[in-house]
Design a protein. Sequence first.
Lengths: 161, 263
Amino acid sequence: MPQVSMTVNGKPASGDVEGRTLLVEFLRENVGLTGTHVGCDTSQCGACVVHVDGRDVKACTMFAAEAEGAEVTTIEGMGEPDGTLHPVQQAFQDHHGLQCGFCTPGMVMSAVALLEKNPKPSEAEIRDYLEGNICRCTGYHNIVKAIMAASGQDVGRIAAE
Amino acid sequence: MYAFDFTRPRTIDEAAKALGAEDAQALGGGQTLIPALKQRLAMPSTLVSLSAIPEMQGVCRADDGSVCVGGATPHAVVAAQAAGDFPALADLALNIGDPAVRNRGTIGGSLANNDPSSCYPAAVLGTGATVVTNTRKIAADEFFDGMFTTALEEGEIIVEVRFPVPRRAAYAKFEQPASRFALVGAFVAQYDDGVRVAVTGASEDGVFRWAEAEKALGAEFSADALDGMAPSAEGMIGDLHGSPEYRAHLVGVMTRRAVAAAG
Ligand SMILES: Cc1cc2nc3c(=O)[nH]c(=O)nc-3n(C[C@H](O)[C@H](O)[C@H](O)COP(=O)(O)OP(=O)(O)OC[C@H]3O[C@@H](n4cnc5c(N)ncnc54)[C@H](O)[C@@H]3O)c2cc1C
Ligand code: FES
Ligand code: FES
């Protein structure tokens, strides 16, 4: 079996994989990081979003071998080592941006990618960016609110109608 | 997925060689192929990844003024790098799927797949672009051969697409609300010697040129020139998202919107 090596959350990770091993399988089963979820397995829901070389991708629709040599960041790499949450994670908690939490890792990874490109997105831009992230629970409202708050913007304006 | 070998060559020559093996298949961004593999709709012996070939990445401007897009360039990179030289193309790329799909899906994969609802075929046919492969150059009018079918031979690689830059152009897409693919999309481009109109999403034969609209717009480039015009519903796709008549009507509407957006 071929070997694959990459950096995951700043640490080297390598293992033997098959050609068909998905990145999400490598992360969950070889590296033991189960924060990246598999919802649909068909690139629709975004529960599996991670960053590969700074770009948000669906880890269920990428082979592990394609990440050879890459810098991969998962939800586990977002907070500080002492457990302090990333500002986007903290905002999800403060604004009730999750209910069951299944979609949350992907939502946070997509939101962080958005804010890196667009530090002060409008509500419409946030909703547009999250097109590939599906949540069955929240109705999205508090997710959008959390991302507005994490980007230092007033969330009063988007109060529930 | 059935098991397969995986290889990630660094040059087009190496990739072409690897694709010469029996049942070897190219892997672009995998946004279509991986779901197909998961459903066991494909059984390649080897997947030849095109993602690590520097010659196939990025957007540049050729000496003749055309915009060249490397065959393995993801949609997000086209959206960023073509924005200055060919904004209509950048805008089309920016509205494909969602951000994560745009970070993986590639122009070569989209064209080779020739999904009847995909966006890039409209830009390629609507500009009369040239599809450059590892063995030849294929004119857009010769490339698309009906739904999911192209002029590509087994193992042939799209290494680049060359777009002649129009005076003005725009793509207007009516999104299928679940998949966000085009229910109908129209690409309109005006050149010194005429206007081209290519329509995706609508026809059972895949992307097509709407000759009647090209003629009308060649005489007068305005949405009004297409007033009341729509192609025949015969041969249009009918499914749960829309009837053939609905799609034919949308072709008129989306083409007028594209003309208006081109300014
Ligand atoms: C959720 C979702 C939403 C989407 N929305 C849209 C949309 O709105 N509009 C749209 O147009 N598309 C859309 N797509 C399709 C997507 O944009 C990709 O373009 C498409 O999946 C194919 O590109 P790929 O690079 O992923 O190709 P792959 O899946 O890797 O390959 C597809 C086929 O092309 C072949 N191939 C790949 N690269 C080459 C090459 N360089 N030369 C020759 N053959 C090659 C492969 O062998 C395979 O047969 C969507 C996809 C998803 C998953
Ligand atoms: S599990 Fe990857 S998109 Fe749903
Ligand atoms: S919080 Fe349950 S799916 Fe989003």
